[in-house]
Design a protein. Sequence first.
Length: 102
Amino acid sequence: MDNNLSSKPSGAQPTKNKPVIYVVVRTKEGITFKDRVRAVTSYNEKGPFDVLPEHENFISLINQHFVIHTMDGKENEVKVDTAVIKVYKNEVHIFLGLSEQQ
């Protein structure tokens, strides 16, 4: 899942009348994905959830995996032990590579 873009598109605006959200996936090394997408699916302690365009702002720990639903209908699944998802103003930021320090 390497979709590095040189610059962020001008906001997460609808494309051809399709509502979209803007997703950025980060690791300690840097950004591994950023693009406009249709939705994101993941899991937290309450179970599975979807993030769709115009979603309420929130932040959560996620586990198991997350799925990015791309504009062309593909699904990119990424397995995770623990990550953080932040949804704010139609943007989704996922932070990977988090671990507890002993």
